[in-house]
Design a protein around this ligand. Structure first.
Ligand code: GLU
Length: 276
C-alpha cells in the first residue's frame, strides 16, 4: 500500500488539507505501507518558497509523518514532456491557441456553453484547425496549450472504469470534462497530466483525495490507459465544510493550521475538528 498527500504550495494547510492528509496517512499506516508527500508546485506565480516548509511544518506538528523526500513537480518537467510527446505521436492532443476571452466569446456565439460538472467545457474551436493553419499560428508566435482530444481518446481506449472505495465501480465518461488542457501555455504541463505521471512514478496504489476531484478521475483513468500506466484504487473522501456548509477555501486563513496553533490549540484538538 502506497498513498500520497499532494498539496500545492500556494498557502499554508487548512482543515480541508488535514483531512486529505490524514485519510492518506492512516490508510498507509494501518497497512504498514508508505505515505508520501508531493508538492504540486506547477501552479505558477501563486507558489511561494515559504509554503513548502510551512506545509511540512504543519504536517510534522500534526504528527502526520511521511516517508522519504518530498517530491516537487517542478523537478519532473522532462517526465511530463515525455508523456505529452507520446500523446502527440498518436494525435491524441492538439495545440489550442484560444485565449480565455476567445473561449468565452465562442460560448456566447454558440448560445449555450457545453456544461461540465464544474464549469463549461472547452467548445472545441482549435480541434478543427487544419494542419496548415496550425503551422501558421505556431510560426507567427501565438502561444498555445495542448488539449486532449477526449473523443478520440475515448474511442481508442474503449469502455473503462475506476474503482473507488467509497463509491464502488464507476464507468469512465471520457468527455466529462471535455478536451482538458494537458500542457499549459506557460509551463508545458498541467495538473491532469502531471498527477497521472507522478502517481505512476511514485507507485501509488491508493489515490485518496477530496470528492471535488471525482470528475477529474475520469480524465486520469483515460490518461493512464493511453500512457500504459498502472491503475490505482481511488478513495474520494468527503470535504470539510464550515458551519454554513460551505467548502473551506485556502483564503479562509482563520482556519489555517498555523493560525489554530497560534491560538493555542493542540494537534489532537485540531485533528478532532474534522470527522474521522
Ligand atoms: N494538488 C491537488 C490539491 O491541492 C490535489 C491533487 C490530487 O490529490 O490528486 O487539491
Amino acid at each position: 500500500m502506497r498513498t500520497r498527500f499532494a498539496p500545492s504550495p500556494t498557502g499554508r494547510l487548512h482543515l480541508g488539507h488535514v483531512l486529505a492528509a490524514r485519510v492518506a496517512h492512516s490508510l498507509a499506516r494501518k497497512a504498514e505501507g508508505i505515505f508520501l508527500l508531493r508538492h504540486e508546485d506547477i501552479d505558477g506565480p501563486r507558489v511561494r518558497e515559504e509554503f513548502y516548509e510551512g506545509i511540512e511544518e504543519d504536517l510534522k506538528w500534526l504528527g502526520l509523518d511521511w516517508d522519504g523526500e518530498p517530491l516537487r513537480q517542478t523537478g519532473r518537467i522532462p517526465a511530463y514532456e515525455t508523456a505529452l510527446h507520446a500523446l502527440k505521436e498518436r494525435n491524441l492532443v492538439y495545440p489550442c491557441f484560444c485565449t480565455r476571452r476567445e473561449i468565452q466569446e465562442e460560448w456566447a456565439r454558440i448560445g449555450a456553453a457545453p456544461q461540465g460538472p464544474e464549469a463549461p467545457v472547452y467548445p472545441g474551436t482549435c480541434r478543427y484547425l487544419t494542419e496548415k493553419s496550425r503551422r501558421e499560428k505556431v510560426r507567427s508566435g501565438i502561444p498555445y496549450a495542448w488539449r486532449l482530444d477526449a473523443d478520440k481518446a475515448g474511442v481508442l481506449t474503449g469502455p473503462l472504469t475506476f474503482h473507488d472505495l467509497r463509491f464502488g465501480e464507476i464507468p469512465v465518461d471520457p468527455k466529462l470534462l471535455g478536451d482538458v488542457v494537458l500542457a499549459r501555455k506557460d509551463i508545458g504541463t498541467a495538473y491532469h497530466l502531471a498527477v497521472v505521471v507522478d502517481d505512476a512514478f511514485q507507485e501509488i496504489t491508493h489515490v485518496t483525495r477530496g470528492e471535488d476531484l471525482l470528475s477529474s478521475t475520469h480524465v486520469h483513468r483515460l490518461l493512464q490507459e493511453l500512457l500504459d500506466l498502472p491503475e490505482p484504487i481511488y478513495l474520494h473522501h468527503e470535504l470539510v465544510v464550515d458551519e454554513n456548509g460551505n467548502r473551506l477555501a485556502k483564503r479562509n486563513a482563520a482556519l489555517s493550521i498555523a493560525t489554530l496553533r497560534e491560538r493555542g490549540m493542540t494537534p489532537a484538538e485540531v485533528l478532532s475538528m474534522i470527522k474521522p
